[in-house]
Design a protein around this ligand. Structure first.
Ligand code: GLA
Length: 412
C-alpha cells in the first residue's frame, strides 16, 4: 500500500538494536536470548469479552521484542527502550502494589509466575519492539504474554501458553488494575498466521478461522490521540455493563452474563435500565448478533457483508457505547468513501488510538495517502497509517541449538 508505513525496522535490525542497547544498559550480552510476542487487532466483538461474548481478533506481525538473560543471584533488572528509567528489585521482595511506571506490566506477570511456579533465578530484561504503544493494538498483552513466555523458557519450566495467559491476566487485572477481559492475551498467545481467533469469552472456547489470503487486507491508522484517560473510562464501561446485567437478570433468569440477554429483552426493560445503561446494553446485544453474522460471512467468503458489519460496529461504538473520538470518526468516514474499502471501525477500547480498515486487496493503491490527506484537511496533521500482516503467537528467536542460535546467544 503506497504512502503507508511498515512499522519501523525489520526483525534482524530490531534484534541488533536490542542487543546493542542491552549491552549499554546491562553490560555484556553473553547468554542473552531474544523473544517476540505480537500485538493484535480485533475485527468484531467490540467490548464483548468482559460481557462473555464472542470476539474475532487477528495477531499482527509486529509486537514486543525482549532481550533477556538469567542472573546467578535473585536480582531482577527491568529496562525498556522507550524509558530511561529502569527498575531493580529482588525476586523475593517484589512490590505488592503497582508502582505507576511502565514496569508494572512485567512486574505483575513476574509476581504471578513466582507464586505459581516459584522463581529460582534473577533476570535482566530489556523491552523493545515495533508496535505503536497505547494505540489499541494491545501492546500491554504483547508485553505481558511475551514476558511470561520468555521467563518460563529461561527458567526451563514447561512453556504452557495457558500459563502465559493466566500470568498476563493476573498481572493486568490484579496488579496494574485494569478490569480487562480475556481477549487480548488469548489473541496474542494463540492466533496463528493467516487466521483469526474465534474466541467465545463465556467459556473461553476457541477456534482458528482462515483469513482467505489475498481476499482482503487490513490497514491500521493511528489517530495520534493519546489514550491517557482510557483506563478510568474503560473500567467505567465494565462497571456499567455489570450494573445493566444486574437489572436485566430479573427478566432473564437463565442468563449467565450480559451476552446471554437478547436484544428484545433489553428493549422491554428500557425503563428499568434508564437511558445510559440502555445504550450500553443495546450495543452489547446487537454486537453479539453482528459478530455471529460476521463469522458466517467470513466462512462463506462474503466480504461485503463482513465489511458492512464492521462499519456498523463503529456506529454503535460511537452512538451507543460512546467510546469514539472526532478523529476516529473522521478516519472511518474518510476510509469508507474510498472505493474498495469494505468497512472500518475504531479498534481496541477506543477513547483515541487506532482505527482498522478492511479493504479489497486490489484497491490498496492510493488508499493510505487518501486517508492521510482527508485527515490532514480536517485536523492539520497527518495520521500514521500502518500496513500489517497477520502474525502468530510468542516465539523465541534463534533458540539455542538452532542454526545461528548458539552464536547469537553468546553475543559474539
Ligand atoms: C481493550 C481491552 C480488551 C477489550 C477491548 C474492547 O482492548 O483490553 O479486553 O475489552 O478493549 O473490545
Amino acid at each position: 500500500m503506497h504512502g503507508s508505513q511498515d512499522a519501523p525496522g525489520d526483525e534482524a535490525g530490531i534484534v541488533e538494536d536490542l542487543r546493542h542497547r542491552f549491552l549499554e544498559r546491562f553490560g555484556g550480552t553473553e547468554g542473552v536470548r531474544f523473544f517476540f510476542c505480537p500485538g493484535r487487532v480485533n475485527l468484531m466483538g467490540a467490548h464483548l469479552d468482559y460481557n462473555g461474548g464472542p470476539v474475532m481478533p487477528v495477531a499482527l506481525d509486529h509486537g514486543t521484542y525482549l532481550a533477556l538473560r538469567t542472573r546467578d543471584d535473585d536480582r531482577v533488572r527491568l529496562a525498556a527502550n522507550l524509558s530511561s528509567t529502569s527498575l531493580e528489585v529482588g525476586l523475593r521482595e517484589l512490590p505488592a502494589t503497582a508502582t505507576g511506571s511502565w514496569a508494572d506490566y512485567p512486574l505483575g506477570v513476574l509476581r504471578h509466575l513466582v507464586l505459581e511456579f516459584g522463581g529460582d533465578a534473577g533476570l535482566e530484561v530489556l523491552f523493545g519492539g515495533n508496535l505503536p504503544i497505547a494505540a489499541g493494538l494491545s501492546s500491554s498483552a504483547s508485553i505481558t504474554v511475551g514476558t511470561a513466555f520468555a521467563i518460563l523458557t529461561v527458567w526451563e519450566r514447561e512453556r504452557d501458553l495457558f500459563a502465559c495467559i493466566r500470568a498476563a491476566l493476573s498481572g493486568e487485572r490484579e496488579f496494574v488494575g485494569v478490569k480487562c477481559g480475556i481477549m487480548d492475551p488469548y489473541a496474542v498467545a494463540l492466533t496463528q498466521p493467516g487466521h483469526l481467533l474465534w474466541l467465545d469469552c463465556r467459556d473461553a472456547s476457541f477456534e482458528l478461522l482462515p483469513l482467505h489470503r489475498g481476499a482482503f487486507e487490513i490497514a491500521v491508522v493511528d489517530s495520534g490521540v493519546s489514550r491517557a484517560l482510557a483506563r478510568g473510562a474503560f473500567n467505567e464501561r465494565v462497571a456499567q455493563c455489570a450494573e445493566a446485567f444486574e437489572r436485566l437478570k430479573r427478566a432473564c433468569p437463565e442468563a449467565r452474563c450480559l451476552r446471554d440477554v437478547p436484544a428484545e429483552v433489553v428493549e422491554a426493560e428500557a425503563a428499568a435500565l434508564g437511558p445510559l445503561l440502555l445504550r450500553r446494553a443495546r450495543h452489547v446485544a446487537l454486537e453479539v448478533r453482528r459478530t455471529f453474522a460476521a463469522k458466517h460471512a467470513l466462512l462463506r467468503g462474503d466480504f461485503e457483508t463482513l465489511g458492512k458489519l464492521i462499519s456498523s460496529t463503529h456506529e454503535s461504538l460511537r452512538d451507543l457505547y460512546e467510546v469514539s473520538t472526532p478523529e476516529l470518526d473522521a478516519i472511518v468516514d474518510i476510509a469508507r468513501s474510498w472505493p474498495g474499502v469494505l468497512g472500518a471501525r475504531l479498534t481496541g477500547a477506543g477513547f483515541g488510538g487506532c482505527a482498522v480498515i478492511v479493504f479489497r486487496a486490489c484497491s490498496s493503491e492510493g488508499l493510505a495517502s487518501y486517508v492521510e490527506r482527508g485527515f490532514q484537511d480536517r485536523f492539520g496533521r497527518k495520521p500514521s497509517v500502518y500496513s500489517f500482516r497477520s502474525g502468530g503467537g510468542p516465539r523465541e528467536l534463534f533458540p539455542p541449538g538452532t542454526v545461528g542460535g548458539s552464536e547469537r546467544a553468546t553475543g559474539r
